[in-house]
Design a binder for this molecule. Structure first.
Ligand SMILES: Nc1ncnc2c1ncn2[C@@H]1O[C@H](COP(=O)(O)OP(=O)(O)O)[C@@H](O)[C@H]1O
Ligand SMILES: [Mg+2]
Length: 320
């Protein structure tokens, strides 16, 4: 059996305010094997940060049992803290200090001997491409540089398990890719990553396992491929030159519907697994009827489709 870096059952958390009780986590089970990337995926307000805060001992759950890095969260919180690193949604970087000073400060907090702290800071500045900026105040850093410094600070204590709360939110595409590369390198070096994100593509790119969090419940869990298989298969889009051709094609195929997003109403969507055999069959039928589509494209479902199907359309805006 593989060792679990995180195992949680029945995790619950509610907040009480003037409107009464607000359930944020409504009984969540999680298991994250060591040395893997786990992604908790959900829209704003789903409860991602709350989950990270609980698993990293920052706040207490109302119910549930949790093991983190082999320790019981309730009874061995200090041991848990010693084994993990957390890069929060809001930066821990002190912008008045230089990058190097931030790292040295962190080394002091971790009680590293001075020489060891300097060595570690130099190594991390190198690794995160911050050598040139090391002596400049962090306030002069770009968003991507600040995020890298933040992550470097988390690594000062050599954590075995790292929580990254929305590490790439607000980064431009290039910096985001840089962040993904860093995450991949971390996992290759043996650490476990617990990553929250609002970006389906990010989870798809990075995560070994994904859990979809919606309104305090996990509505689906699995690999990206498993999640994609949860929803009905894709379709083939056929575009025709004119309305008559489309009608003839619909007759010949006996199935399909007009794509409502095509203003010209000349595109037919035909349900299909997108495989070679079914494409060949489809084209053979059109051919037999003497119809040739002007354009053909195959659509296989992606995580967007999974998320929209499982959570309902009302979240389209926040998840894109
Ligand atoms: N300290 C708190 N007091 C009251 N409500 C809170 C508190 N922290 C979070 N919440 C609420 O819990 C819900 C989940 O928040 P959060 O975990 O930050 O979501 P996410 O990180 O997925 O955006 C939100 O509705 C938020 O307003
Ligand atoms: Mg959050």
């Amino acid at each position: 059996m593989t060792n679990l870096a995180i195992s949680a059952t029945g995790l619950k958390k509610s907040y009480r305010d003037k409107h009464g009780e607000k359930v944020v986590l409504d009984g969540i089970d999680l298991s994250v094997p060591e040395g893997t990337i786990f992604s908790l995926l959900g829209p704003n307000g789903a409860g991602k940060t709350t989950t990270v805060q609980i698993l990293s001992t920052l706040i207490a759950a109302d119910a549930g049992t949790v093991q983190v890095a082999g320790f019981d969260l309730a009874r061995q919180a200090d041991d848990v803290r010693g084994a993990i690193g957390v890069t929060g949604q809001y930066s821990a970087v002190d912008k008045l200090l230089t990058g190097e000073e931030n790292l040295l400060l962190m080394a002091d907090l971790k009680h590293l001997p001075r020489k060891e702290g300097r060595r570690k800071a130099a190594e991390l500045l190198e690794r995160f491409d911050l050598v040139e900026a090391a002596r400049k105040p962090a306030s002069t850093y770009s968003g991507g540089m600040q995020r890298r410094l933040d992550l470097a600070m988390t690594l000062v204590g050599d954590p075995r398990l790292i929580f990254l709360d929305e590490p790439s939110t607000g980064l431009d595409p290039r910096s985001r890719r840089g962040m993904w590369q860093i995450v991949r390198e971390l996992v290759a070096s043996g650490v476990t990553i617990f990553l929250t994100t609002q970006y389906l593509e990010e989870a798809d790119q990075l995560a070994d396992n994904i859990a979809l969090l919606d309104h305090g419940r996990l509505i689906a869990q699995g690999t990206a491929d498993e999640l994609k298989r949860l929803i009905p298969g894709g379709h083939v889009s056929l575009r025709f030159g004119d309305d008559d051709a489309l009608k003839e094609a619909l007759d010949a195929l006996g199935r399909g519907f007009v794509d409502p997003s095509d203003d010209d109403r000349l595109t037919l969507q035909v349900p299909s697994d997108g495989g070679v055999a079914s494409l060949r069959e489809l084209l053979a039928r059109l051919d037999a009827a003497g119809i040739e589509p002007a354009d053909l494209s195959v659509h296989t479902p992606d995580l967007d489709d999974v998320f929209l199907t499982l959570t309902g359309d009302q979240q389209k805006e926040t998840t894109r």
